[in-house]
Design a protein around this ligand. Sequence first.
Ligand code: MTE
Ligand code: MO
Length: 504
Amino acid sequence: MGALLGVVAAAAGLAVAELLSGIFHQRVSPVVAVAESIIRLTPGDVVEFVISLVGQYDKPLLVVFTLLGLAAVSAGVGVVAIRSTLGAQGLFVLMGVVVVLAVRARLTPSMSTYIPAVLGVVVAMAALAVLAPRAAVAANRTTATQPADTRRSSRRDFLRLTGVVAAAAVMVGVTGRVLAQGRAALEAARGQLKLPIRRRPTPPGADLAVTGLAPWVTDQDDFYRIDTALSVPQILPGEWELRIHGLVDREMTLTYQDLIDRGLTEAWVTLCCVSNQVGGGLISNASWSGVPIADVLAEAGVHDDADAVLSTSADDWTCGTPLSVLTDDRNALFAVAMNGEPLTAEHGFPVRMVVPGLYGYVSATKWVVDFEVTRFADFTAFWTDRGWAAEGPIKTQSRIDVPGDGSSFAAGDVVVAGVAWAQHTGIAKVEVRIADQPWVEASLADEPTIDSWRQWSYVWPAQPGSQRIQVRATDQSGETQTEAIADVLPDGATGWHTITVDVG
Ligand SMILES: Nc1nc2c(c(=O)[nH]1)N[C@H]1C(S)=C(S)[C@@H](COP(=O)(O)O)O[C@H]1N2
Ligand SMILES: [Mo]
């Protein structure tokens, strides 16, 4: 009775998790995330040996084994539930934590990443709460004096309810899997693309390779993700079209193949979110492949009275960008690839905008499908409607990555290192201040382009005690970061990143 209870409750939760992950078009569902994490944590030679045995069935088999494992653990939880519902709920929470960690390891976190796993656990717990008391009565653990027919009827009651929950779980779970097919088709199409590009090596001298310091190039899976899309837009390259219109001489419609046929330009660009707090992680650097927006606009013939472009995504998100940054000589691109790979669906597949020097909300439209040349006076966009500034040039900033805030270590020479950025202006100087001592200059890594962030480091002869470390950057226009603290709203945070460490 207990085992059945546990398995059915877990199945209800799992089904809801699969459904939500299908609705959100996530690349992996919670179950697959657990399965993939198992592969990751298994030694390579063991994985290879298993694959040599089962061949292409490795993934489906692993998912089946993961499900069997989950069922076994859940059965155990159900047995516990007959004795202590609270204890069983605790075990479900624990399983939930494992699933969330697996999801975290396999998906770039965004607004909706953890919703399926978390709601799945909630549903499993609710099912347990409803079924466990009935199971306990049916298992006759409540009173020894219970008449036999009462026990029989409560057993029937339990089995009937369990059957209903199980049937609902199967229906919901299957719906989730059907919804996931769309994403699978998209992944297949993405995998079949043969773009004439390769991953570019990190430019020599740009990466100081300090442990704990953000690598100069961010892998696509580690690249920060910000968007309003609960459900990731699914657009096959063959279906994608970009309409260019508005204040132009010639309207144009570009297909994916049109873009590729134009030849791809490569550019290192660091993207940054206006919501990035001082010291925050909503910033990443990559090599982008795409078509210069300026070339396309020149072909369309922009009218003299235009000063902006209103771009719209497949999910109707809108963004206003100054025309000037799209037509000058910077690398503003309709990008199709990041780090030599087609964009992932989460980062705008098949085509997005990338513009050096502007926060993402005014420049980096993912899943872009409409491009209207217009005037700022004539429109508002998604975030400007919500109080954010119409123009969003990135503010010069710097961040301390190592040592970590609040960390403790022994006195002696300690490497302090981080990144600084002033996209399309360039970083001229980074300074570090320990407590109230004078500012000292950090050494800078090479700057292959002014459109990317720049790493810095400083060897600090650390003295014992609690110590404050601050950083500030000066850009190549001579401007030094202001100490004045400003919130991210309406046009980006200011202030010096400050950490405290304990030197023993
Ligand atoms: N379609 C669409 N594009 C979008 C957004 C969005 O919500 N929808 N968010 C923007 C914001 S605020 C940022 S910071 C960047 C982030 O791009 P990334 O998720 O690839 O890092 O995308 C921009 N492009
Ligand atoms: Mo953003």
